[in-house]
Design a protein around this ligand. Structure first.
Ligand SMILES: Cc1cc2nc3c(=O)[nH]c(=O)nc-3n(C[C@H](O)[C@H](O)[C@H](O)COP(=O)(O)OP(=O)(O)OC[C@H]3O[C@@H](n4cnc5c(N)ncnc54)[C@H](O)[C@@H]3O)c2cc1C
Length: 432
Protein backbone atom coordinates (compact mmCIF):
# COMPACT_ATOMS: atom_id res chain seq x y z
CA UNK A 1 0.00 0.00 0.00
CA UNK A 2 3.03 2.23 0.18
CA UNK A 3 3.48 3.90 -3.19
CA UNK A 4 0.09 4.45 -4.80
CA UNK A 5 -2.26 7.06 -3.36
CA UNK A 6 -5.33 6.13 -1.35
CA UNK A 7 -8.45 7.42 -3.13
CA UNK A 8 -11.36 8.82 -1.13
CA UNK A 9 -14.64 9.55 -2.93
CA UNK A 10 -16.77 12.28 -1.35
CA UNK A 11 -15.74 15.46 0.45
CA UNK A 12 -18.40 15.29 3.17
CA UNK A 13 -17.76 14.79 6.88
CA UNK A 14 -16.52 11.20 6.54
CA UNK A 15 -14.32 11.77 3.49
CA UNK A 16 -12.67 14.99 4.68
CA UNK A 17 -12.04 13.78 8.24
CA UNK A 18 -10.50 10.52 6.96
CA UNK A 19 -8.39 12.36 4.38
CA UNK A 20 -6.94 14.66 7.05
CA UNK A 21 -5.96 11.85 9.41
CA UNK A 22 -4.55 9.57 6.71
CA UNK A 23 -2.52 12.37 5.09
CA UNK A 24 -1.08 13.27 8.49
CA UNK A 25 0.05 9.66 8.88
CA UNK A 26 2.04 10.08 5.69
CA UNK A 27 -0.26 8.30 3.21
CA UNK A 28 -0.59 10.00 -0.16
CA UNK A 29 -4.33 10.79 -0.35
CA UNK A 30 -6.43 11.96 -3.30
CA UNK A 31 -9.97 13.10 -2.51
CA UNK A 32 -12.51 13.17 -5.37
CA UNK A 33 -15.68 15.27 -5.07
CA UNK A 34 -18.33 15.64 -7.75
CA UNK A 35 -19.33 19.17 -6.69
CA UNK A 36 -17.09 21.65 -8.51
CA UNK A 37 -17.24 24.49 -6.03
CA UNK A 38 -17.42 23.39 -2.40
CA UNK A 39 -19.68 25.83 -0.57
CA UNK A 40 -20.37 26.02 3.19
CA UNK A 41 -24.00 24.85 2.87
CA UNK A 42 -26.32 22.42 4.66
CA UNK A 43 -28.60 22.03 7.64
CA UNK A 44 -27.80 22.61 11.29
CA UNK A 45 -26.46 19.46 12.89
CA UNK A 46 -26.04 18.41 16.49
CA UNK A 47 -22.58 17.14 17.35
CA UNK A 48 -22.48 14.74 20.27
CA UNK A 49 -19.62 14.19 22.74
CA UNK A 50 -18.54 11.24 20.52
CA UNK A 51 -18.15 13.49 17.47
CA UNK A 52 -16.61 16.28 19.55
CA UNK A 53 -13.95 13.88 20.84
CA UNK A 54 -13.15 12.92 17.25
CA UNK A 55 -12.92 16.62 16.33
CA UNK A 56 -10.56 17.16 19.21
CA UNK A 57 -8.42 14.31 17.92
CA UNK A 58 -8.37 16.02 14.50
CA UNK A 59 -7.49 19.34 16.15
CA UNK A 60 -10.68 21.20 15.20
CA UNK A 61 -12.57 21.19 18.49
CA UNK A 62 -11.68 24.77 19.44
CA UNK A 63 -12.63 26.19 16.04
CA UNK A 64 -15.96 24.36 16.11
CA UNK A 65 -16.88 25.15 19.72
CA UNK A 66 -16.02 28.82 19.15
CA UNK A 67 -18.54 28.99 16.30
CA UNK A 68 -21.14 26.38 17.30
CA UNK A 69 -23.72 26.74 20.08
CA UNK A 70 -23.66 24.57 23.22
CA UNK A 71 -26.74 22.43 23.77
CA UNK A 72 -27.39 21.34 27.35
CA UNK A 73 -30.52 19.25 26.86
CA UNK A 74 -33.15 17.91 24.50
CA UNK A 75 -36.48 19.16 25.74
CA UNK A 76 -39.74 18.06 24.10
CA UNK A 77 -43.35 18.68 25.07
CA UNK A 78 -46.80 17.97 23.71
CA UNK A 79 -48.69 20.74 21.90
CA UNK A 80 -48.31 24.16 23.56
CA UNK A 81 -46.08 22.70 26.28
CA UNK A 82 -48.95 21.05 28.17
CA UNK A 83 -46.98 17.92 29.01
CA UNK A 84 -43.25 17.17 29.17
CA UNK A 85 -42.38 14.21 26.94
CA UNK A 86 -38.61 14.35 26.52
CA UNK A 87 -36.04 15.82 28.88
CA UNK A 88 -32.58 14.38 28.34
CA UNK A 89 -29.73 16.38 29.85
CA UNK A 90 -26.06 15.99 28.95
CA UNK A 91 -25.19 16.77 32.59
CA UNK A 92 -26.79 13.44 33.56
CA UNK A 93 -23.96 11.75 31.65
CA UNK A 94 -21.03 13.93 32.71
CA UNK A 95 -21.39 17.16 34.62
CA UNK A 96 -19.51 19.27 32.08
CA UNK A 97 -20.56 17.58 28.85
CA UNK A 98 -22.66 19.16 26.12
CA UNK A 99 -23.84 18.79 22.55
CA UNK A 100 -22.89 21.36 19.93
CA UNK A 101 -25.41 22.80 17.48
CA UNK A 102 -23.42 23.78 14.40
CA UNK A 103 -24.02 24.89 10.82
CA UNK A 104 -22.87 22.02 8.54
CA UNK A 105 -21.03 24.67 6.50
CA UNK A 106 -18.90 25.56 9.53
CA UNK A 107 -17.87 21.94 10.00
CA UNK A 108 -17.14 21.58 6.27
CA UNK A 109 -15.07 24.80 6.18
CA UNK A 110 -13.00 23.67 9.16
CA UNK A 111 -12.45 20.17 7.72
CA UNK A 112 -11.65 21.46 4.23
CA UNK A 113 -8.95 23.87 5.33
CA UNK A 114 -7.42 21.19 7.60
CA UNK A 115 -7.41 18.76 4.64
CA UNK A 116 -5.60 21.32 2.47
CA UNK A 117 -3.10 22.01 5.26
CA UNK A 118 -2.48 18.26 5.66
CA UNK A 119 -1.50 18.02 1.98
CA UNK A 120 -4.53 16.11 0.69
CA UNK A 121 -4.88 16.37 -3.11
CA UNK A 122 -8.46 17.56 -3.57
CA UNK A 123 -9.97 17.10 -7.04
CA UNK A 124 -13.41 18.71 -7.28
CA UNK A 125 -15.92 18.57 -10.13
CA UNK A 126 -15.18 14.87 -10.71
CA UNK A 127 -17.97 12.31 -10.27
CA UNK A 128 -16.55 8.82 -9.99
CA UNK A 129 -18.73 6.49 -12.02
CA UNK A 130 -17.03 3.15 -11.49
CA UNK A 131 -14.11 1.34 -9.95
CA UNK A 132 -12.23 -1.77 -11.01
CA UNK A 133 -10.24 -3.87 -8.59
CA UNK A 134 -7.07 -5.51 -9.89
CA UNK A 135 -4.23 -7.32 -8.12
CA UNK A 136 -2.26 -4.61 -6.34
CA UNK A 137 -4.48 -1.63 -7.10
CA UNK A 138 -7.94 -0.13 -7.69
CA UNK A 139 -8.64 1.88 -10.80
CA UNK A 140 -11.18 4.74 -10.76
CA UNK A 141 -13.20 5.89 -13.73
CA UNK A 142 -15.31 8.91 -14.46
CA UNK A 143 -17.60 9.51 -17.42
CA UNK A 144 -18.66 12.70 -19.14
CA UNK A 145 -22.36 11.82 -19.14
CA UNK A 146 -22.21 10.89 -22.86
CA UNK A 147 -20.75 7.46 -22.22
CA UNK A 148 -17.08 8.47 -22.64
CA UNK A 149 -15.10 7.12 -19.72
CA UNK A 150 -11.72 8.32 -18.56
CA UNK A 151 -9.42 6.48 -16.19
CA UNK A 152 -8.24 8.48 -13.20
CA UNK A 153 -5.27 6.33 -12.36
CA UNK A 154 -4.40 3.60 -9.96
CA UNK A 155 -4.80 3.71 -6.22
CA UNK A 156 -3.70 1.38 -3.47
CA UNK A 157 -7.13 1.46 -1.82
CA UNK A 158 -10.50 3.16 -2.25
CA UNK A 159 -12.58 4.67 0.55
CA UNK A 160 -16.20 5.26 -0.44
CA UNK A 161 -17.51 8.25 1.51
CA UNK A 162 -20.05 9.28 -1.11
CA UNK A 163 -23.09 9.42 1.12
CA UNK A 164 -26.48 7.71 1.41
CA UNK A 165 -27.20 7.72 -2.32
CA UNK A 166 -23.81 6.31 -3.30
CA UNK A 167 -23.65 5.13 -6.91
CA UNK A 168 -20.55 3.07 -6.14
CA UNK A 169 -21.64 1.02 -3.10
CA UNK A 170 -23.62 -1.43 -5.28
CA UNK A 171 -20.41 -2.31 -7.15
CA UNK A 172 -19.01 -3.82 -3.96
CA UNK A 173 -19.54 -7.58 -3.73
CA UNK A 174 -21.28 -7.21 -0.38
CA UNK A 175 -24.92 -7.88 0.51
CA UNK A 176 -26.63 -4.55 1.15
CA UNK A 177 -30.06 -2.95 1.47
CA UNK A 178 -31.12 0.67 1.11
CA UNK A 179 -34.56 1.51 2.46
CA UNK A 180 -35.95 5.02 2.10
CA UNK A 181 -37.90 6.37 5.07
CA UNK A 182 -41.42 7.53 4.16
CA UNK A 183 -41.03 10.64 6.33
CA UNK A 184 -38.51 13.42 5.91
CA UNK A 185 -38.09 16.88 7.38
CA UNK A 186 -38.32 20.46 6.22
CA UNK A 187 -35.48 22.53 7.61
CA UNK A 188 -34.29 26.09 7.58
CA UNK A 189 -31.60 28.15 9.27
CA UNK A 190 -32.71 31.59 10.51
CA UNK A 191 -31.23 34.35 12.68
CA UNK A 192 -32.08 33.75 16.34
CA UNK A 193 -34.62 36.38 17.41
CA UNK A 194 -33.63 38.85 20.13
CA UNK A 195 -34.08 37.25 23.57
CA UNK A 196 -34.68 33.74 22.19
CA UNK A 197 -31.16 32.43 22.80
CA UNK A 198 -31.22 29.08 24.59
CA UNK A 199 -29.09 26.04 25.25
CA UNK A 200 -32.14 23.76 24.80
CA UNK A 201 -32.81 21.82 21.64
CA UNK A 202 -36.55 22.36 21.84
CA UNK A 203 -39.21 20.13 20.28
CA UNK A 204 -43.02 20.02 20.27
CA UNK A 205 -45.07 16.97 19.26
CA UNK A 206 -48.68 16.14 18.41
CA UNK A 207 -48.83 12.36 18.59
CA UNK A 208 -46.18 11.02 16.22
CA UNK A 209 -47.50 12.89 13.21
CA UNK A 210 -46.42 16.46 13.99
CA UNK A 211 -43.08 17.66 15.24
CA UNK A 212 -41.51 21.11 15.25
CA UNK A 213 -37.99 21.70 16.53
CA UNK A 214 -35.66 24.62 17.18
CA UNK A 215 -31.94 24.06 17.64
CA UNK A 216 -29.32 26.69 18.51
CA UNK A 217 -26.81 26.60 15.65
CA UNK A 218 -24.16 29.21 16.52
CA UNK A 219 -22.54 31.50 13.96
CA UNK A 220 -20.58 31.03 10.73
CA UNK A 221 -16.98 31.87 9.84
CA UNK A 222 -18.17 34.88 7.78
CA UNK A 223 -21.00 36.18 9.96
CA UNK A 224 -19.82 35.97 13.54
CA UNK A 225 -22.28 38.59 14.79
CA UNK A 226 -25.45 36.77 13.75
CA UNK A 227 -26.52 33.90 15.99
CA UNK A 228 -28.45 31.28 14.07
CA UNK A 229 -31.11 28.69 14.89
CA UNK A 230 -32.24 25.70 12.87
CA UNK A 231 -35.93 24.94 12.45
CA UNK A 232 -37.20 21.41 11.69
CA UNK A 233 -40.69 20.26 10.69
CA UNK A 234 -41.59 16.59 10.14
CA UNK A 235 -43.36 15.72 6.91
CA UNK A 236 -44.16 12.57 4.93
CA UNK A 237 -42.07 12.91 1.75
CA UNK A 238 -45.15 12.13 -0.36
CA UNK A 239 -47.01 15.09 1.21
CA UNK A 240 -44.48 17.70 0.14
CA UNK A 241 -46.52 18.70 -2.93
CA UNK A 242 -49.67 19.13 -0.82
CA UNK A 243 -47.66 21.16 1.72
CA UNK A 244 -46.46 23.49 -1.07
CA UNK A 245 -50.00 23.88 -2.41
CA UNK A 246 -51.46 24.67 1.00
CA UNK A 247 -49.13 27.67 1.23
CA UNK A 248 -46.79 29.12 3.82
CA UNK A 249 -49.48 30.68 6.03
CA UNK A 250 -51.23 27.33 6.49
CA UNK A 251 -47.93 25.84 7.67
CA UNK A 252 -47.26 28.74 10.02
CA UNK A 253 -50.71 28.26 11.55
CA UNK A 254 -49.96 24.59 12.18
CA UNK A 255 -46.69 25.51 13.87
CA UNK A 256 -48.41 28.15 16.02
CA UNK A 257 -51.05 25.63 17.12
CA UNK A 258 -48.35 23.12 18.00
CA UNK A 259 -45.62 25.25 19.57
CA UNK A 260 -47.48 28.40 20.58
CA UNK A 261 -45.85 31.73 21.33
CA UNK A 262 -42.16 30.61 21.51
CA UNK A 263 -42.25 29.79 17.78
CA UNK A 264 -43.69 33.13 16.68
CA UNK A 265 -40.50 35.19 16.39
CA UNK A 266 -38.75 32.36 14.51
CA UNK A 267 -41.65 32.08 12.06
CA UNK A 268 -41.33 35.76 11.17
CA UNK A 269 -37.93 35.00 9.61
CA UNK A 270 -39.56 32.62 7.12
CA UNK A 271 -40.94 34.73 4.27
CA UNK A 272 -41.01 32.26 1.38
CA UNK A 273 -41.60 28.50 1.18
CA UNK A 274 -38.22 28.15 -0.58
CA UNK A 275 -36.53 28.89 2.75
CA UNK A 276 -37.71 25.46 3.91
CA UNK A 277 -35.70 22.65 2.31
CA UNK A 278 -36.93 19.06 2.23
CA UNK A 279 -34.48 16.43 3.49
CA UNK A 280 -35.27 12.78 2.93
CA UNK A 281 -33.25 9.94 4.40
CA UNK A 282 -32.70 6.21 4.13
CA UNK A 283 -31.51 3.28 6.15
CA UNK A 284 -28.42 1.61 4.67
CA UNK A 285 -27.35 -1.83 5.81
CA UNK A 286 -24.30 -3.72 4.61
CA UNK A 287 -23.27 -7.22 5.62
CA UNK A 288 -19.70 -5.93 5.92
CA UNK A 289 -18.13 -2.64 4.95
CA UNK A 290 -15.19 -3.82 2.88
CA UNK A 291 -14.62 -5.73 -0.32
CA UNK A 292 -10.96 -6.31 -1.12
CA UNK A 293 -9.29 -2.90 -1.44
CA UNK A 294 -12.57 -0.97 -1.13
CA UNK A 295 -14.12 0.25 2.12
CA UNK A 296 -17.41 2.11 2.68
CA UNK A 297 -17.65 4.62 5.55
CA UNK A 298 -20.07 7.31 6.76
CA UNK A 299 -23.59 7.46 5.35
CA UNK A 300 -22.51 5.36 2.36
CA UNK A 301 -21.92 2.47 4.78
CA UNK A 302 -24.59 2.99 7.42
CA UNK A 303 -26.95 5.90 6.75
CA UNK A 304 -29.65 6.21 9.38
CA UNK A 305 -32.53 8.53 10.11
CA UNK A 306 -31.35 11.76 11.82
CA UNK A 307 -33.85 11.20 14.64
CA UNK A 308 -31.04 10.35 17.06
CA UNK A 309 -28.70 13.03 15.65
CA UNK A 310 -25.82 10.60 15.11
CA UNK A 311 -24.92 10.47 11.38
CA UNK A 312 -22.18 13.10 11.27
CA UNK A 313 -20.85 11.89 14.62
CA UNK A 314 -20.63 8.32 13.32
CA UNK A 315 -18.80 9.63 10.23
CA UNK A 316 -16.24 11.37 12.45
CA UNK A 317 -15.72 8.32 14.66
CA UNK A 318 -15.38 6.19 11.47
CA UNK A 319 -12.53 8.45 10.34
CA UNK A 320 -10.64 8.09 13.63
CA UNK A 321 -11.13 4.30 13.65
CA UNK A 322 -10.01 4.04 10.01
CA UNK A 323 -6.86 6.06 10.68
CA UNK A 324 -6.12 3.84 13.69
CA UNK A 325 -6.56 0.67 11.60
CA UNK A 326 -4.41 1.92 8.73
CA UNK A 327 -1.83 3.29 11.17
CA UNK A 328 -1.54 -0.15 12.76
CA UNK A 329 -1.14 -1.72 9.29
CA UNK A 330 1.58 0.74 8.44
CA UNK A 331 3.44 -0.14 11.63
CA UNK A 332 3.07 -3.84 10.90
CA UNK A 333 4.18 -3.17 7.29
CA UNK A 334 1.07 -4.99 6.07
CA UNK A 335 0.47 -4.79 2.32
CA UNK A 336 -3.06 -6.16 2.56
CA UNK A 337 -5.77 -3.47 2.67
CA UNK A 338 -8.49 -6.11 3.07
CA UNK A 339 -6.99 -7.21 6.40
CA UNK A 340 -6.73 -3.57 7.58
CA UNK A 341 -10.33 -2.91 6.57
CA UNK A 342 -11.51 -6.07 8.32
CA UNK A 343 -9.78 -4.84 11.49
CA UNK A 344 -11.60 -1.49 11.08
CA UNK A 345 -14.94 -3.33 10.68
CA UNK A 346 -14.34 -5.38 13.84
CA UNK A 347 -13.75 -2.18 15.82
CA UNK A 348 -16.79 -0.31 14.44
CA UNK A 349 -19.30 -3.19 14.46
CA UNK A 350 -21.05 -3.06 17.83
CA UNK A 351 -21.29 0.72 18.00
CA UNK A 352 -22.78 1.10 14.53
CA UNK A 353 -25.12 -1.88 14.98
CA UNK A 354 -26.65 -0.39 18.12
CA UNK A 355 -27.24 3.06 16.61
CA UNK A 356 -28.67 1.65 13.38
CA UNK A 357 -31.12 -0.50 15.35
CA UNK A 358 -32.01 2.28 17.77
CA UNK A 359 -32.63 4.85 15.04
CA UNK A 360 -34.78 2.36 13.09
CA UNK A 361 -36.84 1.63 16.20
CA UNK A 362 -37.15 5.22 17.32
CA UNK A 363 -38.00 6.91 14.04
CA UNK A 364 -41.65 5.76 13.76
CA UNK A 365 -42.16 6.86 17.39
CA UNK A 366 -41.60 10.42 16.16
CA UNK A 367 -42.61 10.17 12.51
CA UNK A 368 -45.73 8.14 11.78
CA UNK A 369 -49.52 8.36 11.95
CA UNK A 370 -49.80 5.75 14.70
CA UNK A 371 -51.70 6.74 17.86
CA UNK A 372 -50.53 3.73 19.88
CA UNK A 373 -46.87 4.39 19.06
CA UNK A 374 -47.31 7.85 20.57
CA UNK A 375 -48.58 6.26 23.81
CA UNK A 376 -45.71 3.77 23.76
CA UNK A 377 -43.18 6.57 23.18
CA UNK A 378 -44.55 8.79 25.93
CA UNK A 379 -44.55 5.87 28.41
CA UNK A 380 -40.99 4.84 27.50
CA UNK A 381 -39.76 8.42 27.79
CA UNK A 382 -41.57 8.79 31.13
CA UNK A 383 -39.47 5.85 32.40
CA UNK A 384 -36.38 7.40 30.81
CA UNK A 385 -37.00 10.62 32.75
CA UNK A 386 -37.91 9.17 36.11
CA UNK A 387 -35.93 5.94 36.64
CA UNK A 388 -32.15 6.24 37.01
CA UNK A 389 -31.57 3.23 34.71
CA UNK A 390 -33.87 4.65 32.04
CA UNK A 391 -32.26 8.06 32.31
CA UNK A 392 -28.83 6.49 31.99
CA UNK A 393 -29.84 4.53 28.91
CA UNK A 394 -31.33 7.62 27.25
CA UNK A 395 -28.35 9.85 27.90
CA UNK A 396 -25.67 7.30 26.96
CA UNK A 397 -27.57 6.75 23.72
CA UNK A 398 -27.73 10.49 23.06
CA UNK A 399 -24.03 11.16 23.62
CA UNK A 400 -23.00 8.35 21.26
CA UNK A 401 -21.53 6.10 23.95
CA UNK A 402 -23.50 2.88 23.59
CA UNK A 403 -22.31 -0.29 21.95
CA UNK A 404 -25.35 -2.43 22.75
CA UNK A 405 -28.75 -2.54 24.43
CA UNK A 406 -27.15 -3.71 27.68
CA UNK A 407 -23.73 -2.12 27.37
CA UNK A 408 -22.50 1.40 27.40
CA UNK A 409 -18.87 1.07 28.38
CA UNK A 410 -17.69 -2.44 27.65
CA UNK A 411 -16.71 -3.07 24.07
CA UNK A 412 -16.44 0.65 23.46
CA UNK A 413 -13.38 0.12 21.29
CA UNK A 414 -14.82 2.27 18.51
CA UNK A 415 -14.83 5.10 20.98
CA UNK A 416 -11.17 4.79 21.86
CA UNK A 417 -11.10 8.19 20.19
CA UNK A 418 -12.78 9.63 23.22
CA UNK A 419 -11.55 7.23 25.86
CA UNK A 420 -8.08 8.53 25.12
CA UNK A 421 -9.40 12.02 24.65
CA UNK A 422 -12.14 12.92 27.10
CA UNK A 423 -14.16 15.96 26.10
CA UNK A 424 -13.09 18.95 28.12
CA UNK A 425 -15.48 21.16 30.05
CA UNK A 426 -16.41 24.03 27.80
CA UNK A 427 -19.97 24.79 28.76
CA UNK A 428 -19.79 27.35 31.50
CA UNK A 429 -23.44 27.93 32.20
CA UNK A 430 -26.36 25.81 31.12
CA UNK A 431 -30.05 26.29 31.54
CA UNK A 432 -30.59 22.91 33.20
C1 LIG B 1 -32.11 17.20 7.97
C2 LIG B 1 -30.91 16.46 8.48
C3 LIG B 1 -30.49 16.68 9.79
C4 LIG B 1 -29.38 16.00 10.29
N1 LIG B 1 -29.01 16.22 11.56
C5 LIG B 1 -27.95 15.58 12.06
C6 LIG B 1 -27.53 15.82 13.39
O1 LIG B 1 -28.13 16.61 14.12
N2 LIG B 1 -26.42 15.17 13.85
C7 LIG B 1 -25.74 14.29 13.05
O2 LIG B 1 -24.73 13.74 13.52
N3 LIG B 1 -26.12 14.02 11.81
C8 LIG B 1 -27.20 14.64 11.29
N4 LIG B 1 -27.59 14.38 10.01
C9 LIG B 1 -26.87 13.37 9.23
C10 LIG B 1 -25.55 13.90 8.69
O3 LIG B 1 -25.77 15.07 7.95
C11 LIG B 1 -24.92 12.83 7.80
O4 LIG B 1 -24.91 11.60 8.49
C12 LIG B 1 -23.50 13.17 7.44
O5 LIG B 1 -23.47 14.39 6.75
C13 LIG B 1 -22.90 12.06 6.55
O6 LIG B 1 -21.65 12.47 6.06
P1 LIG B 1 -20.96 11.68 4.88
O7 LIG B 1 -19.62 12.32 4.69
O8 LIG B 1 -21.01 10.23 5.11
O9 LIG B 1 -21.86 11.94 3.59
P2 LIG B 1 -22.24 13.30 2.83
O10 LIG B 1 -22.16 14.46 3.74
O11 LIG B 1 -23.52 13.02 2.14
O12 LIG B 1 -21.08 13.47 1.75
C14 LIG B 1 -21.00 12.71 0.57
C15 LIG B 1 -20.19 13.50 -0.47
O13 LIG B 1 -19.91 12.63 -1.58
C16 LIG B 1 -20.07 13.36 -2.78
N5 LIG B 1 -20.31 12.37 -3.86
C17 LIG B 1 -21.40 11.58 -3.99
N6 LIG B 1 -21.26 10.76 -5.05
C18 LIG B 1 -20.05 11.05 -5.60
C19 LIG B 1 -19.34 10.53 -6.74
N7 LIG B 1 -19.83 9.54 -7.49
N8 LIG B 1 -18.13 11.06 -7.05
C20 LIG B 1 -17.61 12.07 -6.27
N9 LIG B 1 -18.24 12.59 -5.19
C21 LIG B 1 -19.45 12.08 -4.85
C22 LIG B 1 -21.25 14.27 -2.49
O14 LIG B 1 -21.31 15.38 -3.37
C23 LIG B 1 -20.94 14.69 -1.04
O15 LIG B 1 -20.12 15.83 -0.98
C24 LIG B 1 -28.69 15.06 9.47
C25 LIG B 1 -29.11 14.83 8.16
C26 LIG B 1 -30.22 15.51 7.67
C27 LIG B 1 -30.65 15.24 6.27
Amino acid sequence: MKDLPIAIVGAGTAGLASAILLARQGWPVTLYERVADLQPVGAGILLQPSGLAALRHIGLLDECTTLGAPVSRLFGTSACAQRVILDTRYAHWQADSFGLGIHRGVLMTALLSAARAAGVTIRTGIAISRFVQAPGHVRLLTDDGRGNESVLGEHSALILADGTRSQLRAQMQVRQTVKAYPWGALWSIVPTPEGADSTDLRQWYRGCSQMFGIMPTGVTHDQRQTKLSSLFWSLPVASHGAWQQAGLEAWKDSVRKLAGEPAEAFLQAIETPEQLMLASYADVRMQQWHDGRVLAIGDCAHAMSPQLGQGANMALVDAVALADALGACRQAQSADPAACFAAYGAVRGAHLRYYRQASRLLTPLFQSHSAWLAVLRDSALFVARHLPMGRQHAVTTLVGARTGWLLSGKGAAPLHAWRKLPVEPALEATSV
